[in-house]
Design a binder for this molecule. Structure first.
Ligand code: ATP
Ligand code: MG
Length: 314
């Protein structure tokens, strides 16, 4: 049985080669790349050699096969990845502007991914894990997907499985009040929260990322890992603040760095490492993932992260 389980949207992604910054402009897309925040997360964990599973729904088409092949090859447990007849696999088109901001068009809610429901959540499967990772994207995917997350949460709490939350809800998709409302049940039980600065402020209403992370700790979260892109990350606990420096790398494509960081951080916790090492390991994994294209394809292998870590330790 896998140590780390997540649930949510598997999808294939098409990336604008010319960084036009608009999805109305004629361009060329490169893809399909296997993607979706929970799929990237589960793959990152498996490549870092801790057992992981993805609960989700794909269509009976070649995009679904592509996802299944990638995840299986990397060692992700796909026994709870369902193929929904009559639905196509979720897709996303993404473009970047020269300033680095991103625009997405998703086809998820009415695709196979959005059909995730509480029936896909198996009590015995969740109960035997060490971590259940819940992502804002899965909470906002569709009402039935949200209910699936809440069911998994309830099982995790009942069986002492640690709960982690990445509140990666895209603010274009939901209002801030709505985002807070859907994340609240998970936040109330979360052992670990891994937000970006903007997400932490959005969740708490605080004016700085640091204040927001403090507030999350005051509200009962044990560990908050604040992701800061090229500036690395900061880990907060009740009595410690650990500023973890970034690794210097050449950024090629940033999508998936946050999910990879989440996966690596939880791998470090499962291994029982001190938080300094957990943070450095997660920073190294996130840094490697931005140096190459393709959200899942760019997830680092354990030997690559160890090699980058060694440059810091000597
Ligand atoms: P996303 O939601 O796009 O996946 P995120 O905002 O959740 O991203 P980031 O902060 O962009 O997450 O990235 C996660 C971690 O990866 C960072 O905390 C950092 O450790 C590492 N990282 C990301 N970008 C860079 C970079 N350009 N250089 C070095 N490290 C990086
Ligand atoms: Mg993120």
């Amino acid at each position: 049985m896998p140590d780390v389980i997540t649930l949510g949207e598997p999808l294939v992604e098409f990336i604008d080669k010319h960084k036009k910054g608009s999805l109305k402009t004629l361009t060329e897309f490169v893809g399909p790349f296997p993607s979706g925040a929970p799929a990237i997360f589960a793959d990152a964990v498996a490549r870092l050699k801790v057992s992981s599973a993805l609960i989700g729904v794909i269509g009976s088409d070649e995009f679904g096969e592509l996802l299944l092949d990638r995840l299986k090859e990397d060692g992700v447990d796909v026994s709870h990845l369902r193929v929904a007849e009559g639905y196509t696999t979720g897709t996303a088109f993404v473009t970047y502007s020269p300033s680095g901001s991103r625009k997405f068009i998703f086809h998820l809610r009415h695709a196979a991914a959005g059909q995730l429901s509480p029936d896909d959540v198996d009590e015995e499967f969740i109960a035997s894990a060490k971590f259940l990772h819940i992502m804002g994207s899965a909470l906002s995917l569709s009402p039935s997907s949200r209910e699936a997350c809440y069911k998994a949460l309830k099982i995790a709490v009942e069986h002492g499985v640690k709960v982690s939350l990445d509140p990666n809800v895209r603010p274009e998709l939901l209002s801030i009040d709505e985002i807070r409302r859907i994340c609240k049940p998970v936040l109330d039980e979360a052992y670990l929260v891994l937000p970006s600065g903007e997400e932490a402020m959005m969740l708490t209403g605080e004016k700085t990322a640091e204040e927001a992370c403090r507030t999350l700790i005051d509200e009962g979260v044990e560990i908050v890992a604040l992701k800061r892109g090229a500036r690395g990350s900061i880990i907060f606990t009740r009595d410690r603040v650990i500023d973890v420096p970034a690794f210097k790398v050449e950024e090629v494509e940033p999508t998936g760095a946050g999910d990879t960081y989440d996966g690596a951080f939880i791998v470090g916790l499962v291994r029982g490492w001190p938080l300094e090492k957990v943070g450095l390991f997660a920073n190294a994994a996130g840094a490697i993932s931005v140096t190459r294209i393709g959200p899942i394809n760019s997830c680092p292998y354990l030997h690559e992260v160890e090699k980058l870590m060694a440059t810091r330790e000597t």
